[in-house]
Structure formats: C-alpha cells, structure tokens
Design a protein around this ligand. Sequence first.
Ligand code: AMP
Length: 249
Amino acid sequence: MKILVAVKRVIDYNVKVRVKADQSDVDLSNVKMALNPFCEIAVEEAVRLKEQGTAEEVVVVSIGPKSCQEQIRTALALGADRGIHVETDEMPDSLAVAKILNKLVAEEAPQLVILGKQSIDSDNNQTGQMLAALSDMPQGTFASEVKVDGDKVEVTREVDGGLQTLALSLPAIVTTDLRLNTPRYASLPNIMKAKRKPLDVKTPADLGVETGSKISVLKVESPAERSAGIKVADVAELVEKLKNEAKVL
Ligand code: AMP
C-alpha cells in the first residue's frame, strides 16, 4: 500500500502571533515556522502503518513557497520515504490545495491519503473534505484510531459526546485528530538521512491547476487585550463582586 500524506508549513504553535500594522495579515517576518501539528500526526500514523508492514511507501506532499521543503525534510526525517513539493509563491487556499492533491492522487494512485483535520494558521478544516468530493473517495475525518483491514480502513472518529467507527473502502481519505497518536522526534541520524531522500519539485501548472483564489482577506485583528485579574480578601467579597460587578450571579 502507498500512503500519500499532505503536510503544511505553518507558524510554530509556540509563537505568539503578531498582526501586521496595516491589519492586512499576520506578520510572518523572522517568525519560527514548523510542520502543522495535525500533519505531524498524519506523518506519524503513515510511518507506523509502514513499520507494521501494512504500507510499503509513504509519500509526503507540501504546496507553497520553496521554504515548504524544510517541512518536507522534517517529514522525511520522521520516516517518510519521498517528498513532492508543489511550488507556488503564495500559500494557496484550501480548494486550490485540494485540486492539486486530487491531481497527485491520480498520478500516484495511493490507497490511503492522510491529512491533518485542520491547519492551525487558517483553521479552515476543509481540504480533506474537498479532496474527498473532487476525487470521489470516502472520507473518515477527525480520526482518533485508524486500522487497515484488507480492502477497508476502519476509522474511529471523535464526534460530539462520543466515538463513531466507520469502515471505508480503499482508496480512502483520513484526517487526523489530536488523540490519534503522539508523534516521535526525529533523531539526528534520521535528519541526516532525510537530506538524501528523493524530493521532486513540480508547479501547479505542471499539474494543470489554476491556484487563483476567489477569497480575499479583508482584515486581520488581534484579540482584545484581557484586563489583569484582582485578588479578593475572602469569599464574601468574591460573591459580592460576582453579583454586583461581573453580574454573573
Ligand atoms: P485546512 O483545510 O487548511 O485546515 O487543512 C487541513 C489539512 O490539509 C492540513 O492539515 C494538511 O494536511 C492539508 N493542507 C492544507 N494546506 C496544505 C498545503 N499548502 N500543502 C499541503 N497540505 C496542505
């Protein structure tokens, strides 16, 4: 089985995001970037399936500027076999990403495509679902457990108030939730080895995809500053403030 994993370069989750002075976007200058955490979980799951002998090859793909190759190399250091970089100057929107992935699915014919459930920068939670529609493949989103069984994959999904288990016929699409696994750290020897693993570069035009977006960002604002807390002397004062100042009692 071949597994295709889509990985996105995003701002590192430890970084406090700053908004540009003109509010046109988030300021990415000199900011630490990383593999989207849900994509890291996707890579880990694919590598585990390979280690169990269920998969033979794990291919990772990232779409965006040349710098995305850093995240592809990270995924290769985590155990993926080969990378594909689809190079564009701007980060394309979810529909363009799904169209590009759909072309790669046609070229690579993977049995399983694993994506993160969402990118932590744009919080779209759309790409896996759009790819399922475009490719006509079944989807198991928000997976907390994935088991391949013959020509089916069983996906346990985190739904409101419980878990739902689905069986999907392969080829299928899975999007990862936080509790699917705990990704490993890349060891130094594996980081060195990853530098020699194959990485193909293509453009959206090579795949016949137009990346222009019909969505434009009008404004980005920082959340309102929270005012500092205060200390109260006793429970009576706390109750009094909750009643008369916060008016929540
Ligand atoms: P989103 O729909 O943007 O929240 O992203 C969900 C998932 O789609 C991510 O976790 C990735 O697996 C994949 N994805 C989104 N954008 C890209 C991209 N530019 N390159 C590769 N994969 C992407």
